[in-house]
Design a protein around this ligand. Sequence first.
Ligand SMILES: *[C@@H]1O[C@H](CO)[C@@H](O)[C@H](O)[C@H]1NC(C)=O
Ligand SMILES: *[C@@H]1O[C@H](CO)[C@@H](O)[C@H](O)[C@H]1NC(C)=O
Ligand SMILES: *[C@@H]1O[C@H](CO)[C@@H](O)[C@H](O)[C@H]1NC(C)=O
Length: 545
Amino acid sequence: MAVGMQLLPVLCLVLAASSHAHRTKTEVPPLADPEPSPYGSLWPLPQEVQVSSTVLLIPPAEFAIVHGEGSTAGPKCLVLQDAFRRYYDYMFGFLRLEDVPAIKPRSGQLVQLQVILTSKNNECHKYPSIHSDESYKLSVNDDGAVIQACQVWGALRGLETFSQLVYKDSTGAFLINKTQINDFPRFAHRGVLLDTSRHFLPLKVILKTLDAMAFNKMNILHWHIVDDQSFPYQSETFPELSNRGAYQAFTHIYSFIDVRMVIEYARLRGIRVIPEFDTPGHTYSWGKGQKDLLTPCYKDGEPSGTFGPVNPIVNGTYTFMYTLFKEIGMVFPDKYIHLGGDEVDFSCWKSNPAIAKFMAEHGFGTDYCKLESYYVQQILDIMSKLGKGYMVWQEVFDNHDQINPDTIVKVWKGQNYAEELSKVTAAGFSAILSAPWYLDYISYGQDWQRYYKTEPLKFNGTEEQKKLVIGGEACLWGEFVDATNLTPRLWPRASAVAERLWSSVKVTSVQDAYNRLIVHRCRMVGRGIGAEPLYVGFCEHEMKY
Ligand SMILES: *[C@@H]1O[C@H](CO)[C@@H](O)[C@H](O)[C@H]1NC(C)=O
Ligand SMILES: *[C@@H]1O[C@H](CO)[C@@H](O)[C@H](O)[C@H]1NC(C)=O
Ligand SMILES: *[C@@H]1O[C@H](CO)[C@@H](O)[C@H](O)[C@H]1NC(C)=O
């Protein structure tokens, strides 16, 4: 059976309009029992796939992943060396080779996977960036298997795909079908947001998440590292921020070494780490370790002893921010920093007489959005001085007359996000969509289908506008999430987002997705990711704790 590019018929499923109300069992559309997909267990589905019915046997003891002839990479390419080892391990590492049954080859054997990088600029020794090339070609034939990619990032994606093609028969033999794949992501930005302020997440959980992201070809860790509740980032320049602002100064912090470990672990998996230091709101914890940073609130003409957002009218604020962001810019190598800018509460600013005076002097009247703009503009100027790019939440676009044209706007508000995407892109800004993918909201049943069916480009706009949507993010806010429940809440629900952002716009069959996702989820479980079940059933290798 040759499976070409033609896609399965789209199932017509009736889905109750999404609402914030309690969802009941009856709202979940029925899916047929899972069957083998013609695409095996590939997830996310590659752009072009041809799986043939010719089967090759893989003898694990002889099988090797190697640098192919003519590759621009060799043993010094740490990203590949590490990945070769990792992927051998995912496929066969749990075996004791003497336990593998000796089976006579029925139709040829596959003993080698060659990986060939073709570009001189293969980025082996770099960090991935927005411009990185993740495309690859994979062919599995009688005479061998080859992954060809320009850059190391495409090779990583190809290795994941190859590992997904390997399966076992009832005798325990490892098999792979002859296959041709040509693959590339639909969107360049495919992220997961983790929140380490509402609850501290141990390093191990973050690294596990990076593993799972690589299994789903996701490439951005949006690290919402600090917020009102705690400041776990340990700054070298301002150690008091975490000494006083973290939940616990010695245990609930991320040291420089911790952060660099996350960044390197991510790099080895082709994942960028973008930190978010949200200001001027969401900064309560900052105030504990940095005197005079927050605005003193007033009541009846007297300071009330409480504090509001960052104080935008004192010069000290900007000297502090410059120094802090300079450090952050050096610790996090990515070109981009997320600057937040959401949900600024104006009530404290309104109560403060010095702010009223400053507003009058600057002709802001009583428009506190103008004051916020003033603050944001200073911060953006600081970023430009530091040579960093930036992302912001949608309010910064909504509330401000002028922001730099290269700002990337994150659309997060659930209602009317299509309209917001229209507006943001019409104004010429790049956009990232997260509104429909707030995975911290949970409900009964197979809610992954809702995430899966969301089409990010379904908004009114020109082709040019649609090109400005660079991707999306699955957001797992931390109010009700810590190390105990993060992984099952995130996976495989974020897998639905991952396929939506990687695969072709034409990949829309929820039933075929279900057939593949069931196996993909068990594969994640087999690789140590505690991904929750999609429905009743079992995995061959159940989770071991
Ligand atoms: C692989 O080949 C087997 C044997 O011909 C066939 O039954 C199976 O459907 C093929 N797998 C895929 C994913 O096409
Ligand atoms: C703050 O900086 C501005 C611009 O550099 C300067 O004009 C002003 O005098 C400074 N204010 C204080 C209180 O230092
Ligand atoms: C596009 O615009 C039309 C007319 O204004 C409106 O009816 C429709 O709902 C819009 N579609 C989306 C996806 O926003």
